[in-house]
Design a protein around this ligand. Structure first.
Ligand SMILES: Nc1ncnc2c1ncn2[C@@H]1O[C@H](COP(=O)(O)OP(=O)(O)OP(=O)(O)O)[C@@H](O)[C@H]1O
Ligand SMILES: [Mg+2]
Length: 966
């Protein structure tokens, strides 16, 4: 605290300086004020730092905000703003004006051009704050983007490209994960993660951080494996084959159990890496069979497993265990086994936010979690003083025996308080609880509004009225955050907002959040919590005896400070437990996080590099080294390499047959041998692929590497998740399961890298061998293959075979047809391979065309009436024409064309004419030409006679951009 005070004092001095500049900036015209942005940017370029600019920049923002929003930032807000700029967490009470505070560091840091993300807990707040603050950024010449779940990729890219981007927490994280699944660099939507300002930082960085972000998909069908594991578990003798730890619900196999497993599954070692998945299945089956009891932990209804809440005894329809435990229970009970989804990508919030160069946050409640912020995010928590003293009254809790008793009492209190002309906010911990309360209110004929995750769109409207005399608003804690309830004068005079909490939360922080809805900016207000012995927290932390005692109260209650303090102590205990749990999750995630960063960096470099030969040569070396290792053995205590076996493994597969013999390796070290082999591998590969056009090759290489990489990475994530579920490790690591996990995971990762390399190279080698089957004349395995160019005729032949008219040749048509053919030949492997190869050839050509087209496109966008007329003339067509006529002309012209460029132009022109002809035929009055991404390039309008008139040719590029901006 002493530290906080001195920081506040230091920042306070800077804040005073900022305020003293008011007299300077208030004299500037709006446009001169806006010019400051440019000036700051120039000074940054000349070497000044953001810190150097802070005082002036904040003073400019303060003035601009005053002009646009009519709010003049208080000193405490400026102090908060400086804390944020320094990458710390500012604890500022609710209603102190954090939205305005965030404006300052966002502006300052956006001057660097590297992007600033303002992160909120929901879309309502994102939108609200981007609109409020956006108006200030805009008059200062900075751009603002708003990200959201329903945006297209292009809209998202646009939002992230702005100086400042408002986004929700989860969307931000998912975008990051999705960006690391793309196949082309330009499909990414985010820029580098530079600076984030997180609103409601405790909610996002602590509460939400308990569950990681997961993109899942592609379900695994392993029904038979579940059944097998279940059958195995049912053969075991509970006395001799297993050991159980009831408290942690773990079951272990004993020596005899392990023996039975080996026999049952015909394996040598259950603890071998290759059996990680099987082990996991078995452990789940054991758990399901021996520690989960029907009608205690779960019940079966309509052939479905329904979980039972351990605290309340109620069933929880729709809930399911993860990691295959649910499936194990289904196998045990003989009901239908659902598919298990696999994780495609995952990250914890902790590790995601650590990726930012600078991280800051603001919230009303963070100090209680300071240790966690510091340890995990390396951010300090600094408490800002309030602008005005808080006069809210926080009453002791009312404690009841049952939920029914407490809600009945709540209704009575409500009638009294609203009668007195005070607005009320009721806060609940969940949507279910909200609905329960709503039921009581309805029965009592009380009028109220409800805010929860389901009706965000109405939030603004509801909040508008929530501070009026006699209004009742019911909100879940989450939804209540950040909402700005303004009191009417009359409501203020009647005593202000009355906050009623329906249940104490696991963390004090969350309770304080709710209380803080009242008494903002020195307003009067009251807060009170209603507790019952049936609340989850009470069930967990009080003795059954105590609960019995309370039941005797009937509808009565106890109002005691002592009891309130006991609850606070329970919360403290729980906070500690929860922190440990999060810390534990994080410790385990750290290794995965390093691996993820390595893989994502590699992905990026594969996307970025023009030529992938360096990557491939590294793959070659990896494989070569692995093969050398594989063929090493201990002979009389010495490591020796079995050269004949080694050669056998690579000959004709990775290198040309006979190109390496035993003499080549005499006297060489392992590394040297690997190097020699890898060089030969590269030679082999280059030779084989030499006949295929460069574009085709690099595209194939890129795709193959990425596909293989993604596949194995996803597999790795799922494997380590299972590894982590602990059961595997606890049995075998007496000392330190985390340590053991880290080691095993690293081993798996290294193995994965080898697999990626090996599979990629085998696939690529295979791709080029396939060509032989297509054309018997060409022999690629020949040591000195004849080089063969893919000729126009080859392409013609493919198109003919694929049944694509030449003039329709284009990505859409080709990709559509590819899908059809792939489906058609699903069972015919040879045909399928051929089709895929043919596609690669076409794809290479299309890439080339795209490039040319991109250049021509610039011209196409400026395509004037004259230009269209010129093409029509070249094609020898009348004012109106049919597709048939275009095709005829094209056939004639293409025969005469000699150079590649001429042919390309013809193709493009044909496409334009075809588009026009289509419109003639469909008799439409207006038609558009779009580019590949669907952007409207051109709008044509036809005259009644079908011809195009010059005036009606309208360039829509401009229009398009404008609507995007708006
Ligand atoms: N300097 C100021 N002068 C006058 N009013 C202000 C000032 N700053 C903020 N306000 C007003 O205070 C109210 C609360 O602001 P805001 O919602 O940003 O608070 P908050 O700190 O984010 O609260 P919460 O914790 O609830 O999210 C708003 O109505 C806002 O317009
Ligand atoms: Mg807020």
């Amino acid at each position: 605290m002493a530290r906080d005070k001195s920081i506040i004092k230091k920042h306070g001095k800077i804040a005073d300086e900022i305020i003293s500049l008011e007299s300077v900036y208030e004299k500037l015209s709006d446009s001169d004020l806006a010019k400051k942005t440019q000036e700051f940017r120039e000074r940054l370029e000349k070497g000044e730092t953001l810190d150097d600019l802070l005082v002036e920049a904040f003073a400019v923002v303060r003035e601009a905000a005053f002009r646009v929003l009519k709010l003049k930032a208080y000193k405490v807000q400026l102090i908060g703003a400086i804390i944020l700029h320094q990458g710390d967490i500012a604890e500022m009470r609710t209603g102190e004006g954090k939205t305005l505070t965030g404006l300052f560091p966002a502006y300052l840091n956006a001057l660097s051009g590297l992007g600033v993300h303002v992160v909120t807990v929901n879309e309502y707040l994102s939108q609200r704050d981007s609109e409020i603050n956006g108006s200030v950024y805009n008059i200062l010449g900075l751009t603002v983007g708003l990200n959201g779940r329903d945006l297209s990729k292009e809209q998202k890219r646009f939002a992230y490209a702005q100086d400042i981007t408002y986004t929700t927490n989860s969307e931000l994280g998912f975008d990051y994960l999705r960006d690391n699944m793309v196949y082309r660099l330009d499909q990414k939507v985010q820029r580098k993660l530079n600076f984030a300002i997180i609103d409601e930082a405790d909610s996002i960085l602590i509460d939400e951080a308990r569950t990681p972000l997961i993109i899942s998909g592609g379900s695994q069908n392993r029904i038979n494996l579940y059944k097998a594991a279940d059958s195995f578990a049912k053969t075991l003798d509970q006395k001799t084959d297993i050991e159980m730890d009831l408290e942690s619900k773990q079951v272990y196999l004993t020596e005899s159990g392990i023996k039975k497993a080996h026999k049952f599954f015909s394996i040598e070692n259950l603890f071998d890496f290759r059996n990680t998945e099987l082990f996991h299945l078995i452990m789940n089956a054991l758990k399901a069979l021996f520690t989960f009891k029907l009608e205690v932990e779960y019940t079966v209804q309509d052939s479905e497993i329904i979980l039972i809440d351990q605290f309340t005894g109620r069933t929880m329809p729709g809930r399911a265990y993860s990691d295959g435990l649910q499936q194990a229970l289904q196998a045990k009970e003989g009901v239908e086994i659902e598919d298990e989804t696999t994780t495609l990508a995952t990250i914890t919030y902790q590790n995601f936010y650590r990726l930012y160069s600078k991280l800051s946050g603001m919230t009303g409640t963070a100090k209680t979690e300071e240790e966690e912020f510091l340890k995990i995010y390396n951010t300090r928590v600094i408490v800002c003083p309030t602008n005005k003293p808080i006069i809210r009254v926080d009453e002791p809790d009312l404690t009841f025996g049952t939920i029914n008793a407490k809600l009945k009492h709540l209704v009575r209190d409500l009638e009294e308080v609203t009668q007195a002309g005070r607005p009320v906010l009721i806060g609940t911990t969940s949507v279910e609880s909200s609905e329960q309360v709503a039921h009581y209110l309805q029965k009592a004929n009380l009028k109220f509004e409800m805010i929860n995750a389901k009706n965000h769109h109405r939030e603004a409207e509801i909040v508008e009225k929530a501070g009026q005399v006699g209004s009742i608003t019911l909100a879940t804690n989450m939804a209540g955050r950040g909402t700005d309830i303004k009191l009417s004068d009359e409501a203020k005079a009647n005593g202000g907002l009355f906050v009623m909490g329906i249940e104490r939360n696991e963390a004090r922080r969350i309770d304080n959040q709710l209380r803080g809805r009242a008494g903002r900016q020195g307003d009067p207000g009251t807060s009170r919590f209603y507790i019952s012995m049936e609340d989850e927290l009470m069930v967990r932390f009080s003795s059954p005896k105590l609960r019995q005692m309370f039941l005797k109260l009937g509808d009565d209650h106890i109002k005691s400070k002592l009891f309130t303090r006991a609850i606070t102590n329970a919360q403290k205990k729980l906070e500690g437990l929860n922190f440990d749990q999060r810390k534990n999750v994080l410790d385990y995630d750290n290794i995965l996080s390093q691996q993820r960063e390595a893989i994502y960096a590699q992905r990026d470099s594969i996307l970025e590099q023009e030529s992938l030969k360096v990557v491939l040569s590294r793959f070659h070396y990896t494989i070569a080294f692995e093969i050398v290792e594989r063929n090493s053995e201990l002979v009389r205590g010495e490591r020796t390499i079995n050269i004949p076996l080694l050669i056998q493994e690579i000959d004709g597969k990775f290198v040309f047959e006979g190109s390496l013999t035993e003499v080549d390796f005499i006297g060489l070290e392992k590394q040297e041998i690997a190097k020699k082999i890898s060089e030969k591998m590269m030679e082999h590969y280059l030779n084989k692929s030499s006949s295929v056009p460069h574009e085709v090759i690099s595209e194939m290489e890129r795709r193959t590497i990425l596909q293989t990489l993604d596949y194995h990475w996803q597999k790795h994530i799922n494997l380590t998740q299972k590894l982590r579920s602990g059961i595997y490790l606890q049995q075998y690591a007496q000392n330190n399961p985390l340590h053991e996990y880290v080691e095993e995971s690293a081993k798996l990762f290294n193995k994965m890298k080898v697999m990626i390399a090996e599979e990629t190279i085998i696939k690529l080698n295979g791709s080029f061998v396939r060509e032989m089957k297509m054309d018997e004349d060409i022999n690629f395995v020949d040591l000195q293959p004849k080089t063969v160019n893919i000729t126009d005729k080859d392409i013609d032949d493919i198109l003919k075979e694929w049944d694509i008219p030449k003039e329709n040749f284009g990505r859409t048509a080709v990709e559509k047809r590819l899908k059809e053919l792939q489906k058609q030949f699903k069972k015919d492997k040879d045909q399928l391979e051929k089709v895929n190869f043919q596609f690669a050839v076409l794809d290479g050509l299309m890439k080339k065309l795209d490039e040319m087209f991109a250049q021509q496109n610039k011209q196409a966008a400026e395509l004037s009436f004259e230009a269209v007329e010129k093409i029509t003339k070249k094609f020898n067509l009348d004012k109106t024409f049919t597709k048939e006529q275009v095709k005829e002309s094209f056939d004639k012209l293409i025969k005469e064309a000699e150079k590649d460029e001429e042919k390309t132009s013809l193709l493009i022109e044909t496409q334009i004419l075809m588009a026009i002809a289509t419109q003639f035929e469909s008799n439409q009055k207006e038609f558009t030409i779009t580019d590949e991404e669907g952007n409207v390039k051109k709008v044509f309008k036809t005259n009644p006679d079908g011809s195009i008139s010059e005036d009606d040719i309208e360039d829509t590029e401009q229009v398009q951009t404008k609507t995007k901006l708006g």
